[in-house]
Design a protein around this ligand. Structure first.
Ligand code: NAI
Ligand code: MG
Length: 348
């Protein structure tokens, strides 16, 4: 049966990089149909809102969403609710995507792009499973003036056990498909939320006797990620810690232009996007590295469309293009977005 992909290219380099991902998907000749809709600044220009209802409806109707990036400096002065970036937050909410998967894998030949020593960068092969719908980002927040006349801000960190349980299951299942090692990252030595997190993760572990579970405090995890990232396989953590650690882990690999992500709901439906933003500084110049978007398309095939073999082929083709020396400017070369796409297609 034909699978419907919502293609939401967005702003800046979004259309350029998703264009290459689309070419790669087309080359595989799978039974896919694409429908495009505006999102972000492009949608604001056309409809006066960064996330129009038609775009939400398409995303909900589709089997998967392939997303570029949103963000446009032309709208920086707008009210926060109308800024392009609200579109991605609104989509995550509309789709109930609570599990964010961010793999980080060293590419042979690309070690020089990393700030780590080559032998350390090369050995990275981990995935961070980050909870996306809870934590301090969604707890009660506010500002007030204290009795002493000082301005005060607060953001409540909270999780309930059901929220922890469902992300823990994703963590264990992910670890099971890899090396079978799961590290749960928290701050249980000081945070009550983290103590609950740890208790629930241990309870869920009873269902996964084949997975080896360890726990680590987030400050130590940050340290180990740059000291010896190869020690990690699958990491499961909350929204705030995951936000920070996943950016850190991805940069250990090298360029932001190489790293994909998936945001999944309870049924494995998902939104797939490169981890980078709209990169207005290089938009429209053919300089963007499309690999992150292409690898996001591969994750989409694997996680939402039941096409794991096709996903493997795309990932191998990107690795071949990199090994063959293809380098966009972010990787220290001069290749265009299109040339990188061509190299991946040739390797396919
Ligand atoms: P960014 O990721 O867009 O760019 C950071 C730096 O990395 C820039 O120098 C850019 O040229 C470079 N870069 C990013 N992707 C690249 C690629 N594929 N190839 C080569 N170089 C690449 O982050 P920045 O500059 O902080 O944000 C720009 C806009 O994007 C803002 O409006 C921001 O809010 C938005 N943004 C949107 C995201 C999303 O749609 N999920 C995520 C992050 C930022
Ligand atoms: Mg971030």
């Amino acid at each position: 049966m034909t699978k419907l992909i919502a293609l939401l290219a967005g702003d800046g380099i979004g259309p350029e990089v998703t264009g290459e991902a689309r070419r790669v998907l087309d080359a595989l000749a799978l039974d896919l149909a694409f429908e495009e809709a505006e999102v972000g600044g492009a949608a604001y220009r056309a409809h006066g809102h960064p996330l129009p209802p038609e775009t939400v409806a398409l995303a909900q109707r589709a089997d998967a969403v392939l997303f570029g990036a949103v963000g446009d400096p032309a709208f920086d002065a707008l009210d926060r609710a109308l800024r392009p970036e609200q579109a991605i937050l609104g989509l995550r909410k509309a789709l109930s995507t609570f599990a964010n998967l961010r793999p980080a894998r060293g590419f042979p030949g690309l070690e020089e792009a990393s700030t780590l020593k080559p032998e350390i960068a090369r050995a990275i092969d981990l995935v961070i499973v980050r909870e996306l719908n809870g934590d301090v980002y969604f707890g009660d927040k506010g500002r007030r003036t204290t009795d002493a006349g000082l301005r005060e801000g607060h953001d409540l960190m909270r999780y309930d056990e059901a929220e922890v349980r469902r992300i823990a299951h994703v963590g264990f299942r992910t670890a099971r498909t890899r090396s079978g090692r799961l590290c749960s990252v928290d701050k249980a030595n000081v945070l009550e939320t983290s103590q609950l997190w740890r208790d629930v993760v241990i309870e869920v572990a009873a269902d996964y006797a084949d997975v080896e579970l360890t726990h680590m405090y987030v400050d130590n995890a940050a340290m180990q990620l740059v000291r010896n990232p190869a020690a990690f396989d699958t990491i499961v953590t909350g929204n705030l810690f995951g936000d920070i650690l996943s950016d850190q882990a991805s940069m250990c690999v090298g360029s932001i232009g190489m790293l994909p992500s998936a945001s999944l709901d309870a049924d494995g439906k998902g939104l797939y996007e490169p981890i980078h933003g709209s990169a207005p500084d290089i938009a429209g110049q053919g300089k963007a590295n499309p690999c992150a978007a292409i690898l996001s398309a591969a994750m989409m095939l694997r996680h939402s469309l039941g096409e794991a073999a096709a996903a493997d082929r795309i990932e191998a083709a990107v690795a071949t293009a990199i090994r063959g020396g293809m380098r966009t400017p972010d990787l220290g070369g001069t290749a265009t977005t299109r040339a990188m796409g061509d190299a991946v297609l040739a390797a396919l």
